[in-house]
Design a protein around this ligand. Structure first.
Ligand code: EPZ
Length: 423
């Protein structure tokens, strides 16, 4: 198992480019199941979750090409589907596998997808995906750990009025994909407004879908008989962008972040600015960030987009340990997403967890030690803490970080960080 060995204390300086968004790339790949034509996707990050989605689509009998070089387009063609199934072995390693449920049942009338089960950050049920597909006429049974969905034999899925009880990102994406091939109009309310949802809709529209309102809380879809091939470039990764911004803020460095989309990280920019970082978004696609040397404390509450992302909470916590005063971090999206706090405490941070609130008292003098990554973003938080810790930190289980950050150690070391991967 790989580890990162990080020696803290270096300011980050230079220029770094953001990769494509993992959480936009995964639904885009699943969307390729909706057509028998070729879908070509650009800016797909070469991270482990993308390889897992590639394996899943191959299992479903799609022809998947993922060239090694990130510049090469990922090409997917699913001429026919003879195996409409997402097996436990793959869903277990990546919950986003559930994204094939909507496309499979819409295209073939049948899908068998393993129930994802809980994960490190919370229970994470998929009941809202299931309820919405039921409203579209699907008969769904869950047995032996699998969701089995069948569209009505006559006419397939039909348009429906769906009001999500709670905002769900992949739930919105799953149902949006299913609705593109349903009979009649689907009206989706209380949808996730994440840029990844809007990006998926942009791809679906290129494939011939009729969608209005994606990126807002209300999405209207007029089902069509078939979808065709398309070529699409996925959006930059806003969580990688935010992670890099926080890394510069915490080390007090000065960096140009290119191939980014500032509008997608507005809440992060505003919070980091409150802590004293100077962030300039004047040049389109580029963010110039300069750390203040001494961060000020600022409370933060995670929210659905356009609020402050839960996927940036661990990285922000690392910064809060260095702020001069108390920051209260409230996590509203997942019930158990403070696992990194105990590892940061082992590094010398002063963090008290009270239910969904973490009270972080800074500035703490962090020192390097061996820490364990528990999930993707928690690992990123630990890497950031290690960048300012005195001495050497060994971050174990970096396979978590490899799920969603493309060559993070190369990017950080080009900016001057002392970080290396050991096997
Ligand atoms: C997406 O997960 C992201 N994953 C997550 O990114 C991200 O943390 C999350 O959205 C929130 O922004 C992908 O896009 C692939 P949700 P998702 O459904 O869609 C509850 C990362 O690190 N809920 O929006 O699974 C759920 O338990 C990952 O890249 C139900 O109760 O999240 C949670 O409390 C981790 N029933 C809340 O809603 C449901 O049917 C929001 O979850 C669905 C969700």
């Amino acid at each position: 198992m790989d580890k990162f060995v990080i020696t803290g204390g270096k300011r980050l300086e230079g220029t770094v480019a953001v990769s494509g968004a993992k959480n936009a790339a995964l639904p885009a790949m699943a969307a390729a199941l909706l057509t028998d034509q070729r879908v070509a996707l650009h800016n797909i990050p070469r991270v482990r979750d993308i390889a897992t989605m590639g394996r899943l689509l191959t299992h479903i009998q799609a022809d998947v090409e993922i060239p090694e070089a990130a510049e090469g387009a990922v090409r997917i063609r699913t001429e026919k589907i003879s195996h409409a199934e997402a097996p436990y072995e793959l869903v277990r390693t990546m919950r986003a596998s559930v994204l094939v449920l909507g496309p499979l049942v819409a295209r073939t009338g049948y899908a068998r997808v393993s129930l994802p089960g809980g994960c490190a950050i919370g229970a994470r049920p998929v009941d809202l995906h299931i309820k919405a597909l039921e409203l579209m006429g699907a008969k769904i049974e869950t047995e032996h750990g699998y969701i089995e969905a069948r569209a009505p034999a006559e006419g397939g899925l039909r348009g429906a009025h769906i009001v999500f009880e709670k905002i769900t990102v992949t739930g919105t994406e799953n149902v949006l994909m299913a609705a593109t091939l349903a009979n009649g109009e689907t009206l989706l309310e209380n949808c996730a407004r994440e840029p990844e949802v809007a990006d998926l809709a942009a791809l679906l529209v290129k494939m011939g879908a009729r969608i209005e309102g994606a990126g807002t809380a209300t999405i209207r879809v007029e089902g069509v008989g078939r979808l065709g091939g398309a070529e699409h470039r996925v959006i930059p990764d806003r969580i990688e962008t935010g992670t890099l911004l926080a890394a510069v803020a915490i080390t007090g460095g000065k960096v140009r972040i290119t191939r980014a989309e500032a509008a997608h990280v507005a809440a992060v920019i505003s919070k980091l600015s409150e802590t004293g970082a100077a962030i300039d978004t004047f040049e389109p696609g580029t963010l110039c960030v300069e750390g203040s040397g001494q961060a000020a404390p600022a409370d933060v509450t995670t929210q659905e987009y356009p609020g402050f992302p839960t996927d940036m909470q661990a990285q922000y916590m690392a910064l809060a340990t260095q702020a001069d005063g108390t920051s209260v971090i409230t996590e509203t999206i997942f019930e158990n997403r403070f696992l990194h706090a105990s590892e940061m405490t082992r590094m010398g941070a002063d963090i008290a967890i009270e239910g969904r609130r973490a009270v972080v008292r800074g500035p703490s003098r962090l020192t390097g030690t061996a820490v364990m990554a528990s999930d993707l973003r928690a690992s990123a938080g630990l890497v950031l803490a290690a960048l300012v810790a005195r001495g050497e930190t060994v971050v174990d289980r970096v396979y978590h970080i490899d799920r969603g950050y493309e060559r993070i150690e190369e990017k950080l070391s080009k900016l001057g960080a002392r970080i290396r991967r050991v096997s």
